[in-house]
Design a protein around this ligand. Structure first.
Ligand code: T1G
Length: 694
């Protein structure tokens, strides 16, 4: 049973014991009810303490049970909370650490609550696309007031227990031994005659509840576009304010059942688990010993190198920053300082913290200063010859066991590893620009990369707050290999009848942060041009529209040259459709003999997204990525794929692989159809009625 029951001089202690976070799964729920009954029937017991073992009081409902029969099997969380509230003997919830979601709702059913300092308190359900579904929308406003409760529910953000001391949620917040304080408190209230206080009996006091609720609805409505849950929280609270606790509870239930089935909630739960699953590498045991990383070195103080260095100093790790010329080093340091000054200006960093971070950087022009580094990340020019010089030099100076990482985004990590006598210590760490901002980190595993190197980098990624996804070695790894097919389709559609603004608008309406042409103008059209030139040499058979090359030949590299697919005005990043480019596109179609036609937004979205899905399926087939959710995490954290759609692989599951296959076969039979080679796994899964994610 995932619950322990002990007695201590007249006090029964029910301890949730369902690692890792005391998720309120069926066995835990049943254990609590049994413990309560046992305590009711034992005349020696005067009071009950409800607490959690391990790292949490409770992280809430067991989300692994969602959409399974166990989730609604009795005793449901509602039944458990009713049993707690209905206990004739006082129940004291002793919260030593995380009390979230259903965990906090359970505590709100108790007659008293005592918390330790530093416990994270939250109703984070909206982050999973749902709302508190076990009375939280009714209990919390009665415990801490309407405004604070709405704030917590709509944001889903955790509040530290000491911030809630005196809020009406806790009867005490202790710094000392919580267990002793809880037992003493239980003995005290156990000696008192009932009835003991119930949160549900409190009134929601607010001078203008209706007005505040409407104000919250208006504010949230604007922010929560595409996410229905926050507004539902407000509706449920309003129902309780207007019609009382029980009617509010019933309405909350209706909202919960509706939200848990939505594609948005499915996507958010997928991302929640996908983020955690990404750090698990199938053939690297979770207890693989890691190498200690105390001193980092970064080679290259350019845009990437500077951003990479910031990640480590933000985590308190000292960084030796190497450049070849003093002015490059000075420029790099100045850029890092400027970035931090901007953060200080926003009030997100204290000035003294800025200096502390800058002090963690040791600038140098000498490789010899890298000899103590435990991890060395190179971010030098993207050319194999340059990488060769760097890694041969590193092989000479780096200490044994130092991890040698390349930030390459397109080169073969196995070739780079072969420049050293220690290929087992070489790994790819592909950061995304701006490296100190983007969450995604592709960890590229070479043939020889040691398992403890991978385990070390994955753990370090958590420390520097990155979502790390392991990729095998192939051209473009996961993200860029897929985006290449996406861009191919975008270019073909220009040739066939669309224009840049239409393509961008259609995919941005689908939810992408930025369409392919605005994105290319931002990143620089010359970057794609260089890759295509290499591609034409390596794969002369690969059919590409040359329309983007035409654009680049006119020097329209994007924002950096003042014009690209769009026109730009000085000091204004707004993308203005360009008549000249539109005419060039139409002219190009005539040149190739393409019959321009009206292309619907639906076709634009299908061809762009399914191009990602199809390439992602091949990446899975080749073992470059180990799970579909890894591919989704790459796109959710590195390429602006809309979170509420869950990523290209989950979205395809939502559409149904049968329909994805039909669409791809349809495009393969039309103009530029040779670009569509259907991934065999899509057909195979479709035939079984299955998806990528099960
Ligand atoms: N259910 C099941 N497993 C969970 C879980 C949960 N609620 N929360 C975390 N885990 C797993 C997680 O997948 C990972 O597994 C391990 O625990 C450690 O997690 C009715 C319906 C609690 C702050 O949204 O925010 O209650 O990878 O790496 O950094 O109204 O987990 O080790 O196999 O994140 O120390 C609402 C979600 C649920 C809280 C701990 N609760 N969890 O952070 O560890 S819905 C939440 C978190 C609900 C009620 C509704 C964090 C944490 P594995 P971790 P951590």
């Amino acid at each position: 049973m995932a619950v322990d029951y002990t007695t201590h001089d007249g006090v029964a202690v029910i301890t949730l014991n369902n690692p890792p976070v005391n998720g309120l799964g069926l066995s835990t729920r049943a254990g609590i009810v049994e413990g309560l009954e046992r305590a009711q029937n034992d005349p020696a017991i005067k009071a009950i303490v409800l607490t959690g073992a391990g790292k949490a009081f409770s992280g809430g409902a067991d989300i692994t049970e969602f959409n399974t029969p166990k989730a609604t099997q009795e005793p449901t969380l509602h039944t458990v909370i009713k049993a707690v509230e209905g206990s004739a003997k006082p129940v004291v919830a002793a919260i030593h650490s995380v009390a979230m979601g259903g965990g906090l709702e359970l505590a709100l059913g108790a007659h008293y609550r005592i918390a330790a300092h530093g416990a994270q308190i939250a109703l984070p359900e909206v982050k999973l696309g749902i709302l508190p579904g076990a009375g939280g929308t009714q209990h919390l406003p009665r415990a801490i007031g309407l405004e604070a409760a709405l704030n917590m529910m709509v944001s889903g953000a955790p509040v530290m227990s000491e911030k809630l001391a005196g809020s009406g949620l806790f009867d005490d917040v202790v710094e000392g031994n919580l267990a002793e304080a809880a037992l003493a408190f239980a003995r005290k209230v156990g000696a008192q005659t009932g009835p003991h206080p119930k949160v549900r009996d409190r009134k929601i006091e607010h001078a203008n509840a209706e007005g505040f609720i409407q104000f919250t609805r208006n504010t949230v409505g604007a922010m929560a576009k595409n996410f229905p849950a926050p507004l539902k929280c407000i509706d449920a609270v309003e129902a309780g304010v207007k019609n009382g606790f029980d009617k509010g509870l019933a309405f909350e239930r209706e909202c919960f059942v509706a939200l848990v089935q939505t594609p948005e909630s499915h996507a958010l739960r997928h991302a929640f688990f996908g983020e955690r699953a990404a750090s698990k590498i199938p053939d690297v045991p979770s207890d693989t010993p890691v190498r200690e990383i105390k001193q980092v070195a970064v080679i290259g103080a350019g845009t990437m190198g500077g951003g990479i260095a910031m990640n480590f100093i933000n985590a308190g790790l000292p960084v030796t920053l190497l450049e070849t010329k003093q002015e490059a080093l000075d420029r790099g340091l100045a850029t890092i300082r400027k970035n931090y000054e901007a953060t200080v200006k926003k009030g997100k960093l204290k000035p003294e913290a800025l200096e502390q971070r800058m002090a963690l950087i040791t600038p140098t022009l000498s490789y010899d200063d890298l000899k103590h580094a435990d991890l060395i990340v190179e971010a030098v020019f993207e050319e194999l010859g340059v990488k060769e010089q760097v890694f041969k030099r590193l092989d000479e100076v780096a200490k044994p066991g130092a991890i040698l990482a390349s930030n390459t985004s397109t080169l073969d990590v196995d070739k780079i590893a072969a420049f050293t006598k220690r290929p087992q210590d070489v790994v790819g760490m592909h950061f995304f620009s701006p490296a100190n901002v983007m969450k995604l980190l592709e960890v590229v595993r070479g043939k020889e990369t040691a398992k403890d190197v991978l385990a070390t980098v994955m753990q370090l990624a958590k420390k520097i707050k990155k979502t790390a996804v392991v990729s095998g070695v192939c051209d473009g790894f996961i993200g860029n290999r897929m985006i290449e097919q996406y861009i191919r389709q975008a270019l073909f559609m220009l040739e066939e009848g669309a224009l840049p603004a239409q393509v961008d608008k259609a995919i941005e309406k689908f939810g992408f942060a930025m369409g392919p042409f605005r994105m290319s103008d931002l990143a620089g059209n010359d970057i794609g041009w260089a890759i295509r030139k290499r591609r034409y040499l390596e794969h002369p058979d690969m059919h590409y529209s040359k329309i983007a090359d035409r654009l680049c030949e006119t020097g329209r590299f994007g924002q950096k040259t003042g014009s690209g697919w769009y026109d730009y005005k000085a000091g204004d990043r707004t993308a203005y459709p360009s008549k000249l480019v539109d005419e060039m596109i139409v002219g190009y179609s005539q040149e190739t003999g393409a019959q321009r036609r009206k292309i619907s937004d639906a076709e634009i979205v299908e061809r762009l997204v399914f191009a990602l899905t199809n390439e992602g399926a091949k990446i899975l087939e080749e073992g470059i990525a180990s799970k579909a959710s890894d591919i989704d995490m790459v796109y959710l954290t590195g390429y602006g794929f809309p979170l509420y759609r869950g990523g290209p692989m989950l979205y395809a599951d939502t559409v149904g692989l049968y329909n994805v296959e039909r669409a791809i076969r349809g495009y393969a039979a039309r103009a530029n159809g040779d670009a569509w080679q259907l991934a065999p796994s899509i057909a195979a899964l479709a035939e079984k009625g299955r998806g990528f994610n099960g």
